[in-house]
Design a protein around this ligand. Structure first.
Ligand code: FES
Length: 156
């Protein structure tokens, strides 16, 4: 039975190394991160060592190597959001969740990432929680927001 990885790789030409980044992007879009299994499979497909693939993929900060949390928060740190206080939002979420950007809490519930402009500069600081935007967010709103999200996870 063909897996998601097989279906993705079928679209590309075996051994064509310049397709590495598009392949990794597509896998991440599909799986949410680059699993060890995926890296090994891509390595076999393109004839590249896993070390080489990790080396290249870690150069791009958009790639993740661990699954995102059930709740995934993206915090905009583009110029406009920065000028409107996104740093205090980032600091607060780090305190509340207890992990660094790009990491996932041990229970698998939360992860967050810092991104550049989300295209809503007039509404900054802007965050996105599982696809839903929250505009003009303030650091002091985060504890309540996270409490609500935890409730949703626990009662899902
Ligand atoms: S800088 Fe944050 S949305 Fe543009």
């Amino acid at each position: 039975m063909a897996t998601d990885l097989d279906i993705i790789l079928k679209k590309y030409k075996q051994g064509k190394r310049e397709e590495l980044i598009p392949i990794l992007q597509e896998i991440q879009e599909e799986l949410g991160y680059l699993s060890e299994e995926a890296i090994v499979k891509v390595g076999g497909f393109l004839g590249l060592s896993t070390t080489k693939i990790y080396g290249l993929a870690t150069f791009y900060d958009r790639f993740r190597f661990i699954p995102s949390g059930k709740i995934k928060v993206s915090i905009c740190h583009g110029t406009s959001c920065f000028l409107n206080g996104s740093q205090s939002v980032i600091n607060k979420i780090k305190d509340e969740i207890g992990v660094l950007p790009g990491q996932t809490t041990r229970d698998g519930n939360f992860s967050y990432e810092i991104v550049s402009c989300m295209g809503g500069c007039h509404n900054g600081p802007l965050i996105n929680v599982n696809g839903e935007y929250h505009a003009h967010i303030k650091a002091e709103q985060l504890p309540e927001l996270i409490k609500r999200l935890k409730y949703v996870i626990e009662n899902d």
